[in-house]
Design a protein around this ligand. Structure first.
Ligand SMILES: [Zn+2]
Length: 105
């Protein structure tokens, strides 16, 4: 399996061919090398919605399943990573109490 051509993108740092995939763990976008490699520690698959999904291969499950292929995360191979953006929003807390003031009726 290989990524479909419409998934192909170009790294803005090193101009390599990459794909954007969503991590199955938390739905974050992650750049992966477009070219599958047997050394990759990621398993990539195209979901029924047409998006690419990526999960980490673990020691317990080192082999990709049917329909998946192995790839490297691009940040592991990028020769010219873009500068880190410092404006990244801090982790949102979805369970914390709202900072609204206490009201007494
Ligand atoms: Zn790159």
């Amino acid at each position: 399996m290989k990524p479909a051509s419409h998934h192909l993108a170009t790294c803005t740092g090193c101009r390599a061919r990459i794909c954007w995939a969503l991590t199955t763990a938390n739905g974050r976008r992650q750049p992966i090398d477009a070219e599958p490699t047997a050394d990759g520690n990621l398993a990539v698959m195209q979901g029924p919605d047409g998006l690419l999904y990526v999960r980490s291969l673990t020691k317990d499950h080192p082999a990709p399943r049917a329909g998946e292929w192995q790839a490297m995360p691009h940040h592991a191979t990028c020769s010219s990573p873009p500068p880190r953006r410092s404006s990244r929003t801090a982790q949102r807390s979805t369970t914390g109490a709202r900072p609204a003031s206490w009201r007494t009726a």
